[in-house]
Design a protein around this ligand. Structure first.
Ligand code: ATP
Ligand code: MG
Ligand code: MG
Ligand code: MG
Length: 462
């Protein structure tokens, strides 16, 4: 007989069926005539209750069935008299895979802090909260692929090792041991190249966008879904040094189309998670953040507000709210401003567009006013910026001017400029930080708790 997932049993099981389940013990209670085990296999938030009569488990085996132990149970499903569960499993045979020393097992019955759980990242997925987070993460990832595949977008894979900083934010991790950029070309021959990229400097990618543009110029609509790295030496609750980014890129598309796609996309993913993980979202709503469900509904049921950056600055100034960072036309918005806008001033998700040219990357398309670019950010409550996007500069001469103004070298971007020389078209795209999306959907307050192995300053133990 095949073993079954606990989720399958809880949803589709019938009394009198026999079943085999495998998993890890969450708790055991010994009563006078029998014992109860709560078994979890990660497939569902809920545990399956196992009833163990003395004739099924010797006293010696029973003693080893501690919290954390891994077991297989064969038994019969019966109606459960207990509240909150339909079925329980009457055990007939129990096999212990691996026992646990209760004295040293780090996961005790009490509620642990997320800070503590980060120090045991290898075990924290066995808790209700983290396992719910990772099921939501999986569901959202699946929905993202489905969303794009249904619309004819090609999933493309962009390189992780790159040679340039397309965001110009100076947040590159250098994977070469030597800082080759600072060694004159003529002297590089004599350097020990054991640890660099065959004589050239190489960095971890901060965005797959420029390469996605290449692919969009052949396939029209493409998307990336891959890891991204930024040397963010900041300890915020929304920045990681390694995060996953989804970057659609569309040929024959302008900023309006880009904003439309971003809105459709967020609605669709949130709806899909509501459909596939209702128990997990209920759990988050009860235990983590009471606004999780209402925020999800708000995303799904209403259109986002659209506002220019200039209007947003004006509204923030008029609000007379005191912020840590200044509000001034020409400065980038900080998360405190973004959150205040979406949570207090507008009261729903907002798309800000037409940002000052001076604070945005060279590839964003210049507007006719000479001072703004066709950029947009999607802001959501609790997080602030969740998506950053733009229409790209498709005009060769203007792009060359922007490269120059940004202090970048035209030769380094020869292939990128070629796209404007040969069959250029208006095109646009955006980047969504996957962890910020999972954070938003689950209500988890720290981004380190929505990725299995967070990479942030001081935390690369796992
Ligand atoms: P922020 O202003 O929060 O630093 P950004 O403007 O630098 O973000 P973009 O370059 O626009 O970020 O990247 C696109 C998206 O990637 C962002 O909207 C965000 O969702 C996500 N993102 C950016 N940096 C990080 C990070 N360090 N950790 C997690 N997600 C990130
Ligand atoms: Mg940033
Ligand atoms: Mg930003
Ligand atoms: Mg941005």
């Amino acid at each position: 007989m095949e073993h079954r997932k606990i989720l399958d049993i809880l949803r589709h099981g019938h009394p009198h069926e026999t079943a085999i389940v495998r998993g890890w013990i969450r708790t055991k209670r010994d009563l006078k005539n029998f014992s109860f085990i709560e078994l979890n296999d990660g497939s569902a938030l809920a545990n399956l209750q196992i009833v163990i009569n003395p004739q099924v488990a010797s006293p010696d085996l029973l003693k080893q069935l501690n919290t954390g132990a891994s077991i297989e149970v064969q038994g019969t499903l019966v109606d459960s008299p207990a509240k909150g569960q339909r079925l329980e499993l009457q055990a007939q045979q129990i096999h212990l895979y691996g026992g646990v020393d209760s004295e040293t097992y780090p996961l005790q019955k009490k509620r642990h802090s997320f800070e503590f759980l980060r120090t045991i990242a290898h075990l924290r997925s066995r808790t209700n909260t983290l396992s719910a987070v990772f099921r939501v993460r999986n569901s959202a990832a699946n929905a993202i692929h489905q969303f794009f595949q249904e619309r004819g977008f090609l999933w493309i894979h962009t390189p992780i090792l790159t040679s340039s900083d397309c965001e110009g934010a100076g947040e590159l991790f250098n994977v070469t041991q030597l800082d080759l950029a600072n060694i004159p070309k003529t002297e590089r021959q004599s350097v020990d190249y054991q640890h660099d990229f065959f004589g050239k400097p190489a960095y971890l990618t901060v965005s797959g966008q420029l390469e996605a543009e290449v692919m969009a110029m052949a396939f029209s609509n493409v998307y990336t879904f891959g890891p991204t790295f930024r040397a963010e030496n900041s300890n915020t609750s929304r920045h990681l040094a390694e995060f996953w980014m989804i970057e659609p890129e569309m040929a024959f598309c302008d900023l309006q189309g880009d904003m439309d796609l971003a809105q459709d996309f967020l609605k669709s993913i949130v709806q899909a998670v509501l459909n596939t993980c209702p128990e997990d979202l209920d759990f988050f709503n009860q235990r983590i953040d009471k606004t999780v469900l209402s925020r999800a509904e708000a995303i799904v049921n209403q259109d986002f507000e659209r506002l220019t950056y200039s209007e947003a600055i004006a509204q923030l100034e008029r609000s007379n709210q005191s912020f840590e960072f200044p509000v001034e036309w020409g400065l980038d918005l900080q998360s405190e401003h973004e959150r205040y806008l979406t949570e207090q001033l507008i009261g729903k998700p907002v798309i800000l567009y037409d940002y000052p040219i001076g604070i945005k990357a060279f590839y964003m398309r210049a507007n006719d006013d000479g001072r703004t670019v066709a950029a947009m950010d999607v802001l959501v409550p609790q997080i602030g910026e969740i998506i950053g996007g733009s229409q790209r500069e498709e005009r060769l001469d203007l792009l060359q001017q922007r490269l120059q103004a940004s202090g970048l070298n035209e030769q380094d971007y020869w292939w990128y400029l070629d796209l404007r020389r040969y069959g250029t078209v208006p095109h646009a795209g955006f980047g969504l930080g996957f962890e910020r999306l999972v954070q938003f959907i689950t209500g988890m307050s720290n981004i380190r708790d929505v990725i299995p192995f967070p990479r942030a300053p001081m935390s690369i133990e796992f």
